[in-house]
Design a protein around this ligand. Sequence first.
Ligand SMILES: [Zn+2]
Length: 122
Amino acid sequence: MSHISTPPKSTAADVAAMHEVYRAGGEERAMAPHVIYQDAECPHPGCHQHMQAIDFRLEAHGRAIHDSLVRAWWADTGFAGQCPACHGWIHFTIRGKRAVTADEAVKLPRLPDTWFEEAVVL
Ligand SMILES: [Zn+2]
């Protein structure tokens, strides 16, 4: 008698657990934030600035900025930066990017104004 087991589908709890393993590993090693988002464009309506895969290259902004933003990234706080095309603020996190207002952005760790010049964005 054979027994065939099918792999269980990922539940939301599994995805959350996987995210936590990934986040904790990155935090432990203080890895440089690289991310590939599902959404290819700037999250502000009507803006078609392409930004899907991002290597923020935070080291280009000096140790203090690098260290605080790397900590914020892996703590799941993320950080805010301005879109180079529409100048709207974007909140970048491990799992997504969203449009935020300037008022919301001031409450978040922020990328330097020149972040887009230093980052590799595909
Ligand atoms: Zn934009």
